[in-house]
Every structure is written in C-alpha cells, then in structure tokens.
Design a protein around this ligand. Sequence first.
Ligand SMILES: *Cc1c(COP(=O)(O)O)cnc(C)c1O
Length: 362
Amino acid sequence: MARVHNYYAGPAALPLETLEAARDELLDFQGSGVSVMETSHRSKEYDQVHNETIELIKELMGLGDNFKVLLLQGGASLQFAMVPMNLIGPGQSADYILTGAWSQSAIKEAKIIANARVAATTEKDGVFRSIPKQSDLELDPNAAYCHLTSNNTIFGTQYRQFPDTNGVPLVADMSSDILSREFDPAPFGLIYAGAQKNLGPAGLAIVVIRNDMLEKVNKGLPTFLSYTTHADKNSLFNTPPCFTIYMTNKVLNWIKKRGGVEAMEAENIAKGKLIYGAIDGSNGFYRNNIPHKDRSLMNVVFRLTSEQLEKKFVAEALEASFVGVKGHRSVGGIRVSMYNANGLDSIKDVVDFMNDFAAKNG
Ligand SMILES: *Cc1c(COP(=O)(O)O)cnc(C)c1O
C-alpha cells in the first residue's frame, strides 16, 4: 500500500489510524451487523457516536457549560450567512476584520442580510500579508459581534493573539486551525469551522455558540436556518451527516489519546520552526514575506524565484510522493498545509526535499 505525504489544504490528510479503524468496522459497526452509514440516526449505536462527538469537542476546546456545540451542514460557507441572519438584531450592525479571501466572503454574505462594516483590513493590491494590530482596529462598541478569520488558509497568516473588543462578542471562522492550539474561549460568542481541514471529512460544520448569544437569536427565521432549532434538538432536527460525524469522532479521540490540544500545539510549533527555518535559511531561494508573528502554523505559503521553478518544484515533489503543494489558484506559489494529521516526521521529510531541491537548483 502506498500512502503519500498529503499536504492538501482541504479536504486534507486524516490520521492513518482513524482510516484503518473505519475500514475495520465498515461492514459491521460494533456488532450491529450494519455499517454506521446504514443505521438510523435515531439508533442507540449512532446516538452514542453523536453525543460523544459533542462532548469531545467541548472537552478538547475547554468549553464550559455556557457553550453549546452544534453539528450542522452547509460547510463554513453557510455560516457566512447564518451568523448574520441569526445574530444581527434589527437596527444593528456587525464588525468584520478582513485578513483574506474567506473573511471577504464572510462580509459579502453579511451585507446581503444586514449591515456589516469593515473594522480593519490588511488588504494591499489584492493580497493580504498580515494580521492587523490592535491599534489598527476601528471597532463599533455597539456591534452585534466582531467577526475574524483565525487562520487564513490561502494567504498563510494566523492570529497569535485575538483582539480585545471591549466586550463585543468575537465570532470566529476557525475552519483551518480549530483544535490546533489552546486559547481562551471566553470572549467568543460563536466559533464555526468546516470539518474538512483539521477535524474530519467534508460535509460537517461545527458551530460553538455561547448561551447568551443563543438567547439573542433572531426570531422568524426559516426553521433550518435558526441556531435555536439545532440547539433545541441536539443537532438531530433532521438527518445529520452521520458518517462524517463518525469519522470526526475518530479524529477527536485520536487527538485526545495523543495528549489533547496542548500536545497538538507543541507539535505544530515544532513543525513551524522546522519549515520556516528552512525557508529563512535558504538565502532567498524560498521566500515568505509575512511578518514572523503572523505566520500560519497550518498553511505555509512561499514563492520561489520564478514561476518556472515553482512548476518544477511541484512536479518533483509529486514524483517524491508529496501531493497538494501547489498554492491556491488565486495566489500561485507553493503551499504546504500541515494540519494536526501531518506529524513532525512528515514535515521533516518535506523539509529534506526542500533543502535538496534548493541545493540542486539554487
Ligand atoms: C475552507 C475554508 C472555508 C470554506 O469552507 P467550506 O466548508 O468549503 O464552506 C471557509 N473559511 C476558511 C478559513 C476556510 O479555510
């Protein structure tokens, strides 16, 4: 069996042992004689998976009882609309901090629904290379919330420290760095993430909502689009994406077994040191011009000295069994996405490849 090094940005690599476990019980889930894909979402077997998944998210994120975890569909993209639909009250507006393509998509949807304003942007000539400083934020003290993208999957930047909004609830799209590091959830009114980067397969969006936000949810929304529906029904209002939730459950258990988010964070920092060290130590062969404090530990983007050389890099990487290293089509260059499932050993291998490639072509 030939498993390659997988650096796709999403859907992305899953821990090998979660795939093996799923394979082993694919035909007969826990002695039920059916696959978990074939069982009722009201069966006791599925119910256990569902509730344990919610509990594991709470435990791993360190969420108190003042937060609810919802398992929804429609990806992070539906949350771009559901967040303003549910949380911007009549006559209110929301703040958005723009740090990349995904936060631009989020504000675009918000503006269809209600008033949304830009509290800060780091856009310059169509690209985003940094995270704004606290002093760059022009915050509306009456905003319903302040939205940010914690990790910019395309531009390779990431918040190290979340902004102080003086009591205005933070809302965060954590699609590409959820469960990659520890943080204090207290200032967050809502956190959402598509599963397919750091949690599991595509088809699931996780929404963490604080109870006081849930109480403020707008009335009169279509049933399915209201957070209240899913909170009241424990995310079983209709058929959930059972198999995706089951795989996510396996990934969550894998994280827990390996020492939780604290251990993931330590490894992610070590991975970052290694690969950024190789970039910075390459005498300009590899270039990443993001301020060090804003560099993403999840998506490492860099350029070579010409597009021709970048093409060669991608082709030779593929030959050496490194897939998914081509940068996002909107920005070009190289991107190595290294979520929790890409361990330190895998990053050591790609760094060896980078060093060899630089030596041969520099
Ligand atoms: C991938 C991604 C999205 C889009 O997620 P979908 O689940 O495909 O809608 C949104 N935000 C961020 C930060 C992402 O990385």
